[in-house]
Design a protein around this ligand. Structure first.
Ligand SMILES: [Zn+2]
Length: 454
């Protein structure tokens, strides 16, 4: 008998320690015991039986069966060969027509020459598929039920630690005070970059990565567990464990962050204005954007009935530019950018997020999560990635260039300038003109809060 061995790596193998090497060994010794001649080994590596990715070696195996190059297929288990009933049917048809035999290490030989044998083969396929589906359902249902009972699912954020009760983390005595301080500062309106800088200076390390970043802090604050809450669907409900801060404080901090300018991730680059999304109304806190064609060249909050603050774009840009260039010319300006200089940590975080994105895609492919469950996480990931990549563009700025701030400013892209503004200012506020409308420029209308006093 001329045998061909088919092995396939799937995601479950990672947990079971059943790699292709092990499958390969078992299949080879089966061939030896039976005295079959090994003609070829066909190896595919796909992460999931549901991923639908093409299996080049499997295709080659089918072609070789068709060409009568082999008359015996050896696999570790039936589900290694087939990922769907459709594939199984095609396979059964092929081996029946060519008179090829099949034997697996786990389930013995298939006798597909009889209807009973074919039925057994179909059942084996159906069973392994059902098993795989059930695992997926079990996992997501268990997660859902745990959350409904107020238990925590997922990585435990900085500030909490695992307790003896599963799903019920408890405040970490060392980290909880730090988290409280972070919330305090966010609620007072402190800039995330400044909080990150102080934490880095204090030698306190985040749980992942080497250094604190403003996105890291934003992400930390977003974890409902810190406020003693769990997210069930889109709703927040009280957890059975204690957070680090009161749930009202957690909600206020999250709201405060959402009000802050979030960057230009989804805005086309050429439409980027210097201050759109960075200016906010002093009175109402709404963010001003670079006006559309209808508004001409003004920054405007455009919240009908709520806030209509606006200000002339060119004059505001000029003033801010002048102030920033002057600020960058001061001797300590180089230090302002030091916290961003560690790009390896940044690169690592970017890499981590990309991997996380891959993982999510795999979980969907495997049926463990639905696309709609994953979509909000994917868009959150995309946003973080965008912000981090923005950080990277700032980190790429050569601090030596500060001897000529005016020229450097001109050389920067709008994105880089905006990153610099984020770093330099806690807030770029715009006051309403007395009677609440109008966009007349007047320097008095700007309320600027520098992140770094000199
Ligand atoms: Zn307003």
């Amino acid at each position: 008998m001329r045998a061909g061995i088919y092995t396939r790596m799937s995601r479950d193998d990672l947990g079971e320690g059943l790699g292709v090497e092990r499958q390969d060994q078992d299949c080879r010794s089966l061939c030896q015991r039976r005295g079959w001649t090994l003609i070829d080994v066909y190896v595919d590596n796909d992460i999931s039986a549901y991923s639908g990715r093409s299996r080049p070696s499997y295709q080659r195996l089918l072609a070789d069966i068709e060409k009568r190059k082999i008359d015996m297929v050896v696999a570790w288990a039936p589900e290694r060969l087939h990922r769907s009933p459709r594939e199984l049917e095609d396979f059964l048809e092929l081996i029946e027509r060519t008179g090829t035999a099949v034997e697996t290490v786990k389930a013995g030989s298939w006798d597909v020459s009889t209807s009973h044998g074919r039925l057994v083969a179909r059942m084996l396929g159906a069973v392994s598929r059902a098993e795989s589906e059930r695992t997926g359902e079990r996992v997501s249902r268990a997660h859902q039920q745990a959350k409904e009972r107020g238990l925590w699912r997922g990585p435990i954020p900085f500030g909490l630690r695992a307790s003896s009760l599963p799903g019920q983390p408890e405040p970490d005595p060392d980290q909880a005070p730090i988290v409280k301080e972070i919330f305090d500062r966010v609620l007072r309106g402190d800039a995330l970059t400044r909080i990150a800088r102080d934490l880095n200076a204090s030698q306190i390390r985040p749980r992942r990565g080497q250094a604190w970043t403003h996105t890291g802090i934003r992400r930390l604050i977003a974890s409902p567990a810190l406020g003693g809450l769990v997210e069930v669907g889109d709703e927040l409900q009280a957890a059975v464990f204690n957070g680090v801060v009161a749930s009202e404080d957690w909600r206020s901090a999250r709201a405060a962050l959402r009000r802050r300018p979030r960057g230009e991730v989804r805005r086309p680059r050429e439409k980027l204005t210097l201050l759109g999304g960075l200016l906010s109304c002093v009175e109402h806190d709404y963010v001003l954007f670079g006006g559309s064609a209808a508004h001409g060249a003004i920054y405007v909050a455009d919240r009908p009935g709520q806030c209509c603050v606006g200000i002339v774009r060119a004059a505001t840009d000029d003033l801010i530019t002048t102030l920033v260039i002057r600020r960058l010319g001061q001797p300590d300006a180089v230090d302002l950018f030091q916290v961003r200089q560690d790009t390896t940590a940044l690169e690592r975080e970017i890499e981590e997020l990309r991997q996380r994105r891959e993982e999510l895609a795999e979980l969907v492919a495997e049926g463990l999560l639905t696309a709609s469950e994953v979509r909000p996480r994917l868009s959150a990931l995309a946003e973080r990635l965008g912000a981090l990549e923005g950080d990277r563009s700032t980190a790429a700025i050569d601090p030596r260039a500060f001897v000529q701030p005016g020229a450097v400013w001109q050389a920067w892209t709008v994105t880089q300038r905006r990153e610099v503004l984020r770093l330099l200012f806690d807030r770029l506020g715009v006051r309403h003109v007395g009677h609440r409308s109008g966009s007349r420029f007047n320097p008095e209308r700007l309320k600027l809060e520098w992140a770094y006093q000199n």
